[in-house]
Ligand binder design. Structure first.
Ligand SMILES: [Zn+2]
Length: 170
């Protein structure tokens, strides 16, 4: 059951009544994330469950998406699969933050009018590598070095006698 996600939600109130939502959000709506991507095409798939345990409101989240990161070495596309789960404990001050259990990440809410894409974007940015880089040698420089070395090997195999090379030149 997919539905388009609302932009604004009262997180604490949703936790109080107990609320679940599944939906998609276009990557383009996440401005900061889009800036670090080669392509803003596609959606993020989101599952959220709001609940209150004792006095503490929580959001359990699951985000799935395929991103096109930009490799910081060769500046080419680097496909990256995101499948991240998180648990946010909603707090309004530092005292509440200190009482949160260790398995919950504090999320400060200062208003009733919470911005859902902002929250999802923060979690997504946390899930990305600090520096996106291909696992293989992808830079032009490295590639050129490698092919130069290969050429050298081929040349020396073909022309074993250096004098024959000289003859050719003369
Ligand atoms: Zn690369």
């Amino acid at each position: 059951m997919n539905q388009s996600l609302p932009v604004h939600l009262n997180f604490a109130q949703k936790a109080k009544i107990g609320f679940e939502i599944h939906g998609k959000l276009p990557i383009k709506q996440l401005k900061r994330l889009s800036e670090s991507l080669l392509s803003g095409e596609g959606d993020i798939e989101v599952d959220l469950k709001f609940e209150r345990v004792g006095p503490v409101p929580y959001i359990h989240g699951h985000i799935k998406t395929d991103l096109q990161l930009k490799c910081q070495r060769c500046m080419q596309s680097m496909p990256y699969v995101v499948d991240v789960r998180f648990k946010l404990g909603l707090v309004q001050n530092e005292a509440q933050m200190e009482k949160l259990p260790d398995d919950a990440e504090p999320y400060l809410i200062e208003t009733d009018n919470n911005h859902l894409p902002d929250m999802l974007e923060e979690e997504l940015l946390l899930a990305l590598p600090l520096v996106a880089m291909h696992e293989f040698d992808c830079s032009d420089f490295l590639q050129q070095q490698k092919s130069a070395q290969q050429n050298e090997v081929e040349v020396s195999e073909e022309k074993e006698n250096p004098f024959s090379v000289l003859k050719d030149l003369l």
